[in-house]
Each structure stands twice: as structure tokens, then as C-alpha cells.
Design a protein around this ligand. Sequence first.
Ligand code: GLP
Length: 260
Amino acid sequence: MQIVILDTPQQVANYGADRFADQLKHKPDSVLGLATGSTPIALYSALTARVQRGELSFANARTFNLDEYLGLAGSHPQSYRYFMNEHLFQHLDIALANTAVPDGATDNPLAACDAYEAAIQVAGGIDLQLLGIGRNGHIGFNEPSSSLASRTRVKTLTPDTVKANQRFFADGEFQPHLSITMGIGTIMEARQILLLATGQSKSAAVRAMVEGPLAARCPASILQMHPKATLVLDRAAASQLEDVAFYQYIEQENQRLPGV
Ligand code: GLP
């Protein structure tokens, strides 16, 4: 794992935008895996600004989102499809037909999960997958105890995740406890992974991911097995790591080595 520790959440977002820009310049028809949550919003703003300045184009890209609430149609303001349209897609030069989010309104979730897996394969697999991390170490909606080899499927959310995401729902509003999520095995097939984490509330999960054992208890710990995973953290998210000085030393050394 490459561990990059930056001072502020904005620097984390800018680093992420640079990685997406490099990917699209190198391969304009990249297949990008995208994520929702509060963390990527600043990254999406940075990407939007670059597209609107004419520095970057998504015109030939395809995207696949990690997950969606089961029971919410894409027109629902709390659905992840709606979130993506609002925060990213409608500001980019990408056709909505080239953006995929699992269908939360499907009446056949099992078939929808299989079709999602197949669509990723037909697109050629994911070149760069963006991830956030839940406070309990989840990636996508793969909660603790998820099989580390899992594929796209229906998952029950933990009470902690439901509570963490309650802030987006109005009092008394229906909040799904089920989701469709790419599996951990699906995520691990991405050629490169970029995980962003900011804020103190993520520091325990970040420590378990980086310095804990590989365990279904912390789904993000599977990234220890990925050959090209970059974790971009702000100081608060990195605050419980034991070996910060070593990670920073490695980064300094990497900058001196061309092509690393
Ligand atoms: C949700 C999403 C995850 C996301 C996580 C953290 O549960 N399913 O993909 O990484 O929340 O979100 P936030 O960035 O808001 O902390």
C-alpha cells in the first residue's frame, strides 16, 4: 500500500483529482469506479472545475459506482444515483448512459447484481476504483464479516452505518437498511485503487486497515493484498497510525525515484 498523508482534506481532494486526471490523460476511455459519501465531494468539485476549465474530459470514460440503497429509485434525493448526478455527472462532459449505479428500485435484486458484475466485465474491468471508508472499516457497503471474496450482492447495513448515514435523511423518512454493493472480490479486481479518508472519526478504521490484521472484521484491510492501492489521508484520519514517520519517509524517497 502507498500511504500518503497530507495536511488538509482539500489537499486530499486535490491529490485524488490529480490521480484521476493522470488516469484519463493516459487512457481517455478509462473505466472508473466511483464512490459516494461526504469524503469524495471535494474531489468531485475539483474534477468539475478542471472539466469546466477545459483541462480534463470524461467524454470517453465509463463509470461504475460501488453501491446503492435497495428500495430507493434513482429519482429519490437520498439515492446514490441522485447524489452522483448532482455532485458530478451533470457537471461533466459524460453521457449519463455511460455512468452505471446499481438499480435500487429493481424488483429482482439477484439478477441486477449479476448483471452489474457482467457489465463491469464487458466494459473491460475497472481501471481506477475510488473508495471511502466507513467508521467500521467498510468499503462500498461491505460491512464487517463480509466475505473478502464476495461479488456484487445485497447486503444488510449495520446499525452503526444506518446511524452514520441518518444525517442525510429527514426525521421519519424511510431509510433503507439494505443495499446493493460491489463485493470485496469485485473491488479487488480493479487495476488501481485510490482510497480517501479524512477526519478523526475515520482514524480507528484507518489504523485497522493499515496496521491491523487482514480480517473480515475490517473489510478495508483486504487492501493490504492489492498490488496498487493508494491510501490518501489527512492528518486527523492518520492520527492513530503508529508508523507515520516511516510512511512519510517512504513517500519522500519515492519522490526521488523517477517512475515509482
Ligand atoms: C457510505 C458509503 C461508502 C462510504 C462511506 C463513508 O456508507 N456506502 O462507500 O465510503 O459511507 O462515507 P463518508 O465519506 O460520508 O464518511
